[in-house]
Design a protein around this ligand. Structure first.
Ligand code: G3P
Length: 217
């Protein structure tokens, strides 16, 4: 399972990278705005800064909603750095753009996936990743994890190479549940990743080991 961090915060990206378990980064316009990164030039520069801070894929989202605009923007984003993955929304022109970039062997991430039908269509168009937003489904009393399971079943039925990138991960249990189901990738906040290492018995066990070591010295 690949671990991506879902943020535009460089400090958090570097902290996850330092841990040695990071496979990539996902961003979106909201995450950029949250860090105060605004204006086209600043946003493009920030993508390059992120690429230079990590080794893996870095999803950069287009803001155009028409095919020609997505192609122009996506090509500009892809030319910024070899690690860039062009993130494209699940809309009609987005499907055309996924196919266009797939034919050029440019990596894509189809975002805002909320149904199996959308995931099937994105895979048919050759998306490298699909991003089902499980937290936002949970928010409206719909089981986000079930969507991951159903996409897994369909992709396995036909050996689609598109990777399931579980997105809108809100907490540590989301990561564990996605791992059980077989999501290829998860993208979540640093807090959810760090939550994986916590256990009170580890803390108390380590404390005792260190105390006992001191007794013998
Ligand atoms: O990866 C998608 C993510 O950024 C959306 O997360 O928490 O805004 O639903 P959230």
């Amino acid at each position: 399972m690949k671990f991506f961090i879902d943020t535009a915060n460089l400090n958090q990206i570097k902290e996850a990278q330092d841990l040695g378990v990071l496979d990539g980064v996902t961003t979106n316009p909201s995450l950029m705005a949250k860090e105060g990164i605004t204006g086209a030039n600043n946003i493009l520069k920030h993508y390059v800064d992120i690429c230079e801070a990590v080794e893996g894929d870095v999803s950069a989202e287009v803001i155009s909603v028409d095919f020609q605009g997505m192609v122009k923007e996506g090509e500009q984003l892809a030319s910024l750095h070899p690690q860039i993955v062009v993130k494209i929304p699940m809309i009609k022109d987005g499907i055309k753009a996924l196919k266009y970039f797939s034919d050029l062997n440019i990596k894509t991430n189809c975002t805002l996936i909320f149904s199996v039908g959308q995931a099937l269509l994105a895979a048919k168009a050759g998306a490298t990743f699909v991003s089902p937003f499980i937290g936002r489904l949970d928010d409206i009393s719909t089981d986000g994890l079930s969507l991951i399971s159903e996409i897994r079943e369909i992709y396995d039925n036909y050996a689609f190479e598109t990777e399931i990138l579980a997105a809108s991960i809100r907490h540590t249990m989301h990561i564990i549940d996605c791992a059980k189901i077989g999501a290829d990738v998860m993208t979540g906040p640093l807090s959810a990743i760090m939550g994986l290492l916590k256990h009170p018995l580890t803390d108390s066990g380590l404390k005792k080991f260190l105390e006992d070591y001191k007794k013998g010295n």
